[in-house]
Each structure stands twice: as structure tokens, then as C-alpha cells.
Write a new protein. Sequence first.
Lengths: 467, 467
Amino acid sequence: MSNSQAHFLDLFFHPRSVAVVGASRNPQTANYHLVANLVNLKFPGKVYPVNPNAKEIMGLKAYPDVRSIEGDIDLAVISVPANLTLDIVRDCVAKKVKGITITAGGFSETGTAGRSVQDEILRLLRPNGIRAIGPNALSPINTRNNFIVGFMPIQKLPQGKLSLIFQSGLYEPRLQWLVSDYHLYFSKLVDLGNKMDVTEVDALEYLAQDPETGVIAIHTESIAGDARKFLQLLQKTTGEKPVIILKSGRTPAGAKAASSHTGAIIRASDAVFDAAVRQSGAIRVAGLDDFFDLAKVFEYLPLMKKNRIALATLSGGEGVLTTDYCQLNGLALAELTPETKQRLHAIFPPWDIPVNPLDTGVCTQFTAGIDVHIAFLQAMADDPNVDGIAMSLPVSRLLQAEELAKSTGELIKRGKAVVTWPIDPAEARGAIAHLEANRIPVYPSAERAIRALAALYRYHKMREAMS
Amino acid sequence: MSNSQAHFLDLFFHPRSVAVVGASRNPQTANYHLVANLVNLKFPGKVYPVNPNAKEIMGLKAYPDVRSIEGDIDLAVISVPANLTLDIVRDCVAKKVKGITITAGGFSETGTAGRSVQDEILRLLRPNGIRAIGPNALSPINTRNNFIVGFMPIQKLPQGKLSLIFQSGLYEPRLQWLVSDYHLYFSKLVDLGNKMDVTEVDALEYLAQDPETGVIAIHTESIAGDARKFLQLLQKTTGEKPVIILKSGRTPAGAKAASSHTGAIIRASDAVFDAAVRQSGAIRVAGLDDFFDLAKVFEYLPLMKKNRIALATLSGGEGVLTTDYCQLNGLALAELTPETKQRLHAIFPPWDIPVNPLDTGVCTQFTAGIDVHIAFLQAMADDPNVDGIAMSLPVSRLLQAEELAKSTGELIKRGKAVVTWPIDPAEARGAIAHLEANRIPVYPSAERAIRALAALYRYHKMREAMS
């Protein structure tokens, strides 16, 4: 962190030394991966596995308890069943660890008994100035130093500017997929669990001022901290960084499920929350698909200052459908300049004239498929009437991902946004990986591509209106 | 067909002899696959390739023109550029073919000149009683006899009861993916193109009485035939078979794009169309994702007579989110019987009590992952308060697809609907294929699974209200 006064959460993302309590030698268990991920990903800090039955774990000396560790401990990751957690916390207090994160469930979400243990933990920590994430939380993750608290084996943590705040383990089992197949590029992730101490107010405050975070996505079931402060913070943050919010428990049935999930009491109606979020300039989404789709688009692409879109689709039918999606999402079809039409004429059959949406299927009867797409992208890069491009990818046998990535990259460099989708997502898998490695987003379908593209314009417009 | 009076479209789905005009020997061209698909899939009828420059194509004797073919011809597939089509049609009239289908574009959708050629074709066909699909159409397909008109290589056509009506080539480039990866099971597909003769009224009429069609999905940009008759037919059909409709060109921009796509004039406002469709009992969807998702759910599963859903999700957070999706889609959480809760207790950790939504992640700390899911499915099969089940699949290393398929199959046999989704769609690919081979639908996400599930109940309720 560049600030002279570090935020208290800095410790959680950049611990110099970590005790992993409950570390396991058995690769079949979740607790094995807590240490294995740190070793495999070469986290540069000190790692102390704690396990009374092990001498050594993953080549690291293991300790019977936290107190027997020689060095100072920045962070203790406590991953033992709920009924053992309190004793470990006492050890951590004695050892003067600076922060703890508790993975186990079985606390406030299970009723009065669990809640009183949770309260007891807080009573031990507070007077000693020890901050805590959780319980019922699996976090944090920082891709810059490969610090990760995770139960699943993770092969790599590609770096980006997207940071996530989660209330529960919703993302963790998806992490490998999000990184390796959906191609999100993360900066930091934090799962807050029951939020007995650290809340989304703290997490948002931290990420808002984090220079390595450019986009923030928040999943929450209820605001545990000071709701007014959260909304103020949200409003301030959205002026600089897009913030996406997925609040679940929005229906009565969902709210009831949420209360038995983390033990939180839903204090405000969803309508009140919704209005407040809208006013803050944050982008509320209704589900997980949109959540990740929008996170990706903001991480990958520049904002759109205007809403004029050029479409290229494999069939006329697809063009009509995609035009509908555009208009329904507040996007307009670009009026191509005469020069652009002239240029596109070269790839068109003689009987047809270039229009927007462009039917690439018609063109490919006369010009090689990839040439049609390259010519289209180059013409759109030069057309001053075009702010964004949405294009279905050529069928697999014509899909030369490297050439496409090059032309698309040029276009993005010139400040234009581009989204794509494959006709056959299965066959296009290799090409998708290549394109997304170059930050060219490939969505599973036209509708999802357009919804994401539209967010780039909506966010810009909101920010302009608020400034 | 069992009817004594066969519908005129029967010829198009069961031709005894087919002339393929424009057949190509070059595997790099679309026209190669017109014949290759018929040969590879062992279409039992006679196939006559027509190509003046070839003696033989795919082992079949080729003919210089339609007139030189010795035998009778039920259907001529005309796949030559628009400007050559008229001459071929004259040959077909002379040869007394019974029906034709025209693949080329370049007709009414390109303006006055193209429209007048199209009109001329009609003037030739009508007095001779020759019916025509297209132009600008790639169809039909019948999975029962492997008759297919298609430009892309198709490996197999698994049989099912889903029939599609399309206005344009929107589905054709997706066919391989729809069959092999998305696992739709088709009966018949028909792409109507410019609808110069055969319209959606004819196609719907045919599929409504087709015993091999149980679900109908229609994509259209405008109703070309008698709109009143179409709506009457729709209303009659939805009493027996679910009909899904995707009408594009619903926005002004989309309607404009549609008119330059197939040359159709959009006669009624979208709001009028929408109201009429709703009244008919058909299910209108807004995009292609829903279109295929709902087609799948009706093809795979029994209807739901009530809306009481049991959820099992990998995390509490996922449960809350999925509960929201349920309520937003008109589904309620089932009140499990005491017996069911008793049974579920056996797989639960002692501190927790089974609730709906069930957190399988909590269970798997104490019971092997797959056992949790099997026990859940078996208990739900027996619970009289449960009409439908939505379940996130276990993580890949615990995903024993065969056991899951067996328990889920039992459940479906007992008239209950079940939808699932994977946490990591990439790793679960093999399991998804196995489950869907057994007609257990696996959607890409919880929201899509729930939207599909809800359609099963909504359609039942509509049909009950209308009867």
C-alpha cells in the first residue's frame, strides 16, 4: 500500500507470517489445500502449519499449537470445528497474533448456542485489538503475493484489477472455474462469512482506496455494519470505480433462508435497499450470471461514452435478435459513415449492401470468413460513429483467434469496447481462451454479451450525471 | 403419419426421393454437406446429386440437371445462387417434382428485384401444385429418417419429441452444438426463410398433429400467413403440447433489421402480438437462452402440478440466492414432512438441522458427498410435499454421474421434476453428458435451472385455467 497510514485490512492481504491451524497432511481433505495452495503458488510470507499430530506438512515444520510457534504471527487462519475454535482463539490472543480468519461454520447461523460462542470470541479479541474475518468465511485472497485461504486446489491466480467481496462460500468452489475457464482477472477476494467483526463497510473502504483494485463486485445477504456509512462509501466509490452488487435474500423466502444461513437479521426491506443502492450509483444485479458477466466487462474493457453499437452476426436472424437485445438494454445501432460502408462493400456480395447489423454469413459466401471479421473490425476502429462492437465469432473452422485478437486489440486501444460470443461454445473453447487471455471478452450468448456491453455505457452515464 | 389424409408437409419430412441441386464434391464448401450428411447418416430415401460438372458425388451418380434424373422426385433441394434459381425451378416444374426447398438468399429481402424473382417462382409453382419452403431457408430435418438439409457436417441426430420452427438460419450453425453439447433431442426442424409459400401456419398445423412431436418451439420475426388462423391454431395446440415462441424484431430497431433480413413487413405492433400470444397459452421468451432452456425442460421432464420445490445447494449462500430465484419465478419452497427431516438427519452434522434449502456443503463435512445427494434425492422422491427438485451438482471429484442419474431417474419416474447445475461446468462436462443422456437436465447456472423448472408449473397452471 502506498498510503502512509495503512488500513487495518492490509494485514489480511499482506501477512508476513501465517499460522494455519488445522492444517492437514491428507490431500483428500479440504484443510490440506490451505497449506498446499500457499506452497504451490509460492506465497512469499512465512507459513506455520499447526497440527498436533504432524511433524511436517508439505515440507514445512508443523507445530502442535499456535503458542509453540517461534516467530511473530500476523495472521492466524483457524480451520477447526466450531467447538474447538474458542480454545484456539485463546491461544492466538496469548500469542499476540494481529489478525485471525475463521473458516468453520456452526456459529451464529445455528442459533443461540452458536451465537454465544461467537460473542465470546469477540469478547476475547476486542480488548486486544485483534481483528477477525468470519466465522464461516474462507478468505482472503490476494493475487499480487499469491496469498490464498482456500479449500480447493488452485493452479494459478492470474492478476487483474477485479476485487470481490463475498458474504459466503459462494465463490470458493467456483474459483478454479472463474480463473481458468471463465477467465476473470482478480486483484483481491474477501469472503466475510458471518461478519462478526470485519464487515462489508471495512472491506469496501479498503478496496475503494486500493490502487490495485479497479472494479469491485459485492455479494451480500445483509449489511452487517453501519448501513448509512456503507451507502456513503458506495456513493463515493462509484465515482471512481464501478461497483456491482448482488444482494440475495431479496424475496421473503430468500430472506428467511439468509437468516438461517449466516444468522443475520434482515433489517431493511429489499425495496429500501434497492433504492439506496441505485442512488449511490452502484450497479445492482439480480443473479450470479450477471454478477460475473459485468465484473468481466468492467475488468476487460474501457467504458463507453456513447451508446452507438455496430453488430456483426453470422446470420440475419441473429442480427435481428441482437438488435432487439441492444435496444432493450439502452443501446442504439450506429449509423455507419459512407466511408465505412464503402470499405465494407469490398467484402460483400454484389447484390447486397452493407448495413448494420452486418450479416457475416452473407459475406462469407464471397470472402474468407476470417477476412470478413478482420475487415469489419478494422472499419469499425476507424468509424467515428461507432462506440462499441458486438460480434458473433466465426464458426470454428474459420476462427483464427490470433488474428482476431490482434484486430480486436487495436480497436480496444482506440477506446472502443467489443464483446463477442461463439456459435458453438464447445468447439470454440481454445479460441475463447486465447481471446480472453488478450482481454477480449467472449460471452456464452449474444444476450449476455449485450447486457455486459450496455453496462459500460450505463455506468459512464451515471457517473457523468452524478459529477 | 397415421392420418389417412396426409398433410402436404409430410412430403417434406418423409421424401422418398430427393434431388440436391448444386451438390458439391468439395468438402470445404457448404454444398458438400447437403449430400454428405444424407449419406453419412444413412437417409433411406433416394438421393440424386445434381451438378453439371460431376459424374459422381459421395458414391452417388450425379446428374447434369433435374430433368435427366430417371426416377420420380418428391423433393428438390435447390442450393444455387439466387440468379440461377429460376431456371432450376422451371426444370423442377417440367420434371413434376412434388415439393422444393430453396436455400439461397438474395430474394425478397434484398428489395424489389429480388422480390419479383420470388414472385415469378411462385407463379410457376402454384398452378402445378408444387409447394415450396424458403427461399433463404435451410430445412427440413427429420430425426426419424435422418433426412437433413444442412450446410454443416452433422455426426448424429438423436431422437426426441422436440420440434422447432425457425424463420432463419439462426439454428443451423448451432445444430451440432445443440445436439452434442447442449443435448437437445429433436423430432423435426423446419427453417421457413422468406416464407414465400409455406408459412408458420402450415408448419404449426403439421407439428400440432404430428404424433412424434411433443414440444414445439417457434422462432419468428413476423407472421407471414393468416395471423388469426395462426393464433387459433396456437391456442388449440397449447392445450396439448407446450409451445415456446421467440419473436424477434420486437423493438423498433429490431423490426427494422428484420425487414431488411427477410423482406417481411411487420404488420402488427409487438404489444398486440404479445397479448395475443399470451392469451393463446403459448410461452413467449425474450431470448435464445430461454428458448433452448425451456425447450429442453419440456422435452426432458414431466409437468409440475404444484410448485413446491426442494433445494439442495453446495453452500448456504447458493441456497439463499436460489431461493430468491424460486420466489421470483413463482415457485415456493416445499415444507418437508417430519419423516423427511428425520431421514435427512442421518446425513447431517449433529449441530445442524435439515432445512429447505439444504446446505450439502455442511453435510459433506460428515457424509461422503455423493451419499448426501443420493440420500436427498431418495427422501425427496418419497416426500408428498415436494413437486420439484433443484440441486447443484457435487464438485467434480465427488460427482458420480451414474449413481446420481439412477436416483434422479427414479424421482422423475414418480412424476417429479428435477433440474441441476454444476459449480464448475468445465470439469463437470463428462458428468453433464451422462446425466443429460438420461434426460436429467443440467443447466449452466442456478438461475437458468430455476427459470426452466418454473415453466413446467406455469404451463400446467395455464392449461388447467384454460380447460
